[in-house]
Write a protein that binds this ligand. Structure first.
Ligand SMILES: [Zn+2]
Length: 405
């Protein structure tokens, strides 16, 4: 390892590029393509041979949404990736699945509120986690053919991050136009049910491309360790903790391990789509590696690391006994590391599903405040909340772990 490199300074530079110079990293956008190109170029400059795999991904913009009811105007937000609309129709409402099933909603504008709008609905084509009651709501809406939807929502950090109100629907494969608003405005809108209202959502879908970037070193024929981080960010956030810091750890590893020649191959993988409705980069990686997951000896996934408060957390998933001992000896003895509980919302779950052992690294604070934090997916996820000193510590620990495998 080159001791003369000032890794903390590098972290600041990378952070500025990924969160500030590049204008947003949401999948399908120009910023997202700038980020993957930057990641790839940096790997090249460090002596790696990165590979880019492309997929189709839609970007989306909206100038906002509004609802007009009897001369009263309400400001709403277009649901991300939703179709735009200018619809004038009767407002009807449903607060539960039973109510929704009884509605004759064809051509109407449907207000979804209450328990029906308590949880962000998983996108139609999201295969990893898609509960029955979500699929039932979506199927019922599609069969009912309403003109548009208005969703009144609260706070759902588990599925929607720290935003309030949260978009009930965030799905580019769902074609009924929709907008969302707060529970307060939702209850005001209830007085207009049965009456004609107008909903305007100034949203446009824009076709585009996205890329996964991977790079391999060491013996290509044998087992491999995949160190991954998602490079995309949610729309409307600089995505510093989620997940520029993970990408930065990959770049630090690329430098610390530039001369790596171990028997176990090592792959650095910037996945593109963890925070996008159809997780296209992850789906592509699975398709490309179908049948070879048994070569993955270990996945180390970094997501949400480097928060200014507290240390880092490592969580273990199905490690063989030997490796588990190594993991405890490496991470357990690294200052600022703490063993955390398992958490499923990250790219390590792909590897776990395919039977590979995995280690997920995140910030201790985020694991402890997962259900109350209001940072992820919001403008508050800004470089100023990152502790850049923490990232080389993580990269060094990961390097030690790789060398022990
Ligand atoms: Zn993330």
């Amino acid at each position: 390892m080159n001791q003369s490199v000032n890794y903390v300074e590098k972290c600041r530079e990378y952070l500025q590029m990924l969160c500030d110079t590049i204008p947003g990293r949401c999948v399908g956008s120009e910023g997202n393509r700038m980020a993957t190109a930057y990641f790839s170029e940096t790997l090249k400059s460090l002596g790696w041979e990165p590979k880019a795999s492309s997929f189709d991904a839609m970007d989306w913009t909206s100038k906002g949404a509004r609802l007009i009811a009897e001369g009263q105007e309400f400001g709403l937000q277009s649901s991300p990736y939703s179709m735009g609309c200018d619809a004038e129709s009767i407002l009807i409402s449903a607060a539960s699945m039973q109510e929704l099933e009884l509605l004759n909603m064809e051509g109407c504008i449907v207000l979804l509120h209450g328990e029906l709008a308590a949880e962000q609905l998983m996108p139609k084509n999201f295969v990893f986690y898609n509960p029955e009651h979500h699929r039932k709501i979506i199927a019922c809406l599609e069969a009912g053919k309403p003109a548009a939807l208005v969703c009144a929502t609260g706070f759902n950090p588990e599925l929607a991050g720290g935003v309030y109100p949260f978009p009930l629907i965030e799905d580019g494969d769902f074609d009924i136009p929709s907008a969302f608003t707060t529970e307060e405005i939702g209850s005001q809108l209830l007085q207009y049910t049965g009456r004609k209202i107008r909903l305007i959502s100034d949203a446009v879908r824009i076709p585009g491309k996205g890329y996964n970037i991977t790079a391999l070193k060491g013996d290509h024929e044998g087992k491999k360790i995949v160190v991954s981080a998602h490079i995309d960010a949610k729309k409307g956030t600089p995505g510093a903790i989620d997940n520029a810091t993970g990408v930065i750890v990959l770049l630090l590893l690329a430098e610390m391990l530039r001369d790596y020649q171990g028997k176990t191959a090592m792959e650095l993988a910037a996945f593109n789509g963890e925070d996008y409705y159809s997780v296209p980069g992850q789906m592509l990686y699975i398709a490309e590696n179908q049948g070879s997951f048994n070569q993955v000896m270990l996945n180390i996934n970094i997501d949400g690391a480097g928060y200014q408060e507290g240390g880092s957390a490592y969580s273990l998933f199905d490690l063989p006994e030997n490796m588990e001992r190594q993991a405890h000896s490496v991470f357990g003895s690294t200052h600022g590391f703490w063993e955390g509980p398992q958490w499923p919302q990250g790219d390590h779950s792909i590897f776990v599903q395919f039977g590979c052992p995995a280690i997920a690294i995140t910030s201790e604070w985020f694991l402890q405040n997962m259900y109350t934090q209001r940072i992820t997916h919001t403008p508050a996820d800004h470089p100023r909340i990152v502790n850049p000193e923490q990232l080389p510590v993580i990269a060094r620990a990961v390097t030690d772990m790789i060398k022990k495998c």
